[in-house]
Write a protein that binds this ligand. Structure first.
Ligand SMILES: [Zn+2]
Length: 496
């Protein structure tokens, strides 16, 4: 992609503390400029949804950790958040489904990034086209999250801080609202300091201030007439009836309180849970006009994974002789696209020792401790529905034996791309791994000279790495990967 950075005047625009990680996070760092598409839409359109047919949108989840493979947000937390996202979009009849597996990115700079410029580079490097890309990082530009838009007014992607992600938070839906063109309900007030006990000015940031009676609703504030006036630009917590405890005064001195049920406000969880009818009309029209590539027909109606989940092995309270490798099996759950297997040393799963994602109905778990009681449970999910549906918890006890060495296939598939690549451009590697393991790699030239080597740590499922080679002169190279006794080689062509 071209250097389109100029289009992103990326400012930290939101005031107000929310979650504490190492420093207080702002709620949202989406640039405050209103979408010009939305301006035209609000002036031209009757703001009712044109149709109410379901729109299914593919979504790619990227979990970003450090270069050492640390710090990934727990998958269970992401599955919870995805379930909540779809609940928030049910009223809009927009439903997201997971495209491909969950992807892992190891990159310390992207894991903890303070600017949207770094986020832009992350998204340009790793985005999967024709899907909504969401990145879970430790620090998303010092905010709970943000969305980036390209100069053509279409979303590029969403980044979310792990600490703001979970089952009871509207942060993902809020950023998705931005992705589909929505401004904040307090649009114009971003970064403005104001004493709310005095009447508001007629304009903030050159944008007309919305009157409490809504008389100028189409031209003021967010431009929607069914979102009441709201000036609260810092995180606030709603009182009774979803309303703010903070009174505000419009330019005529009329007092009002903000509506905390709206996801595009800054009201804190769990109050925000809805979009207005006009906001929904705008999101659906934006999706159809700006992102038609995002709308997919469904081969069949989405269904939930059934909840009768049967764990087959280890049987309850089993003693398994080994600890370095334990095979686990369960009965296939109808309609499940994948399973999250969790292992803990406590039956409450207050913390999880191991968690694995797999599409199979069996799993080899490595490196448990000898003579320990472990508890395990299974969470099936499918692409459309990742809401909680855990199996019963079962226990087993490990022994002291070590499994005799035998060949287990340790590499399933690896793709290096782009290939051919133009000299100097970044390269990525997708690696499909059956388990958690170390993968050695080495790059050699046509003459067999070793140019670079290293070790990657892989998690079960699809792993995506940015490959950091010294600049490669044009020519032919071979990338060799090895895990256990498995090896895999790919030719790489570097163009001038
Ligand atoms: Zn926002």
């Amino acid at each position: 992609m071209k250097k389109a950075l100029l289009g992103f005047a990326f400012a930290s625009i939101c005031i107000g503390g929310f979650a504490q990680v190492r420093k207080p996070l702002q709620f949202c760092a989406t640039p405050p400029e209103k979408s010009s598409w939305l301006e035209r839409f609000q002036h031209a359109a009757i703001l009712r949804p044109r149709s109410n047919e379901p729109l299914y949108v593919p979504l790619t989840i990227h979990l970003v950790g450090t270069a050492e493979g640390e710090g990934f947000i727990p998958v269970s937390q992401v599955l919870d958040a995805f379930c909540t996202l779809n609940q928030h979009f049910l009223q809009a009849n927009i439903q997201f489904f997971l495209e491909g597996g969950i992807r892992y990115i190891r990159n310390t700079e992207f894991y903890d990034h303070e600017t949207g410029e770094a986020g832009f580079r992350m998204m340009t490097q790793f985005n999967v086209s024709s899907t909504v890309n969401t990145y879970f990082v430790a620090n998303a530009a010092n905010a709970c999250g943000y969305n980036l838009r390209d100069p053509a007014d279409a979303g590029i992607g969403i980044a979310l801080s792990a600490s703001c992600t979970g089952i009871n938070t509207g942060a993902w839906a809020h950023e998705m609202g931005h992705y589909f063109s929505l401004p904040h309900t307090f649009h114009g007030w971003e970064n403005v300091e104001h004493n709310f006990s005095s009447p508001a000015p007629l304009f903030v940031n050159k944008i007309p201030v919305e009157m409490a009676d809504g008389s100028n609703c189409r031209t003021a504030g967010d431009g929607f007439c069914d979102t009441p006036s709201d000036y609260l630009n810092g995180r606030w917590y709603c009182a009774n009836n979803d309303l703010s405890s903070i009174q505000q005064k419009d330019p005529y001195g009329i007092s009002f309180k903000s509506d905390g049920s709206l996801l595009m406000s800054y009201s804190g969880d769990p109050c925000p849970d809805r979009f207005s009818t006009e906001q929904i009309a705008a999101m659906r029209a934006h999706l159809e006009e700006k992102r038609p590539d995002h709308i997919k027909a469904l081969p069949s109606a989405p269904v939930s994974p059934r909840e009768d989940i049967q764990l087959l092995f280890p049987v309850p309270s089993a003693y398994v002789a080994t600890h370095d490798t334990v095979g686990m099996r369960w009965k296939k759950v109808q309609e499940a696209d994948g399973y999250l297997v969790e292992i803990s040393v406590v039956p409450t799963f207050a913390f999880t020792s191991y968690s694995y994602l797999t599409q199979d109905t069996s799993l080899m778990v490595h490196d448990l401790k000898p003579s320990r009681t472990y508890y395990w449970r299974l969470r099936p999910y499918n692409r459309y529905n990742t809401c909680r549906a855990y199996s019963m918890v079962q226990s087993f006890i490990t022994g002291t034996s070590v499994t005799p060495t035998k060949e287990i296939s340790r590499l399933r598939e690896a793709v290096i791309f782009p290939n051919p690549v133009v000299a100097g451009l970044p390269l990525s590697l997708d690696l499909d791994s059956p388990g958690q393991q170390e993968v050695r790699w080495s790059l050699t030239d046509l003459a067999g000279r070793r140019i670079s080597t290293g070790v990657l740590s892989a998690l079960p499922g699809t792993n995506r790495y940015g490959l950091d080679f010294p600049p490669l002169p044009p020519g032919t190279y071979f990338l060799q990967l090895g895990a256990g006794k498995d090896s895999w080689t790919s030719k790489l062509v570097v163009l001038p």
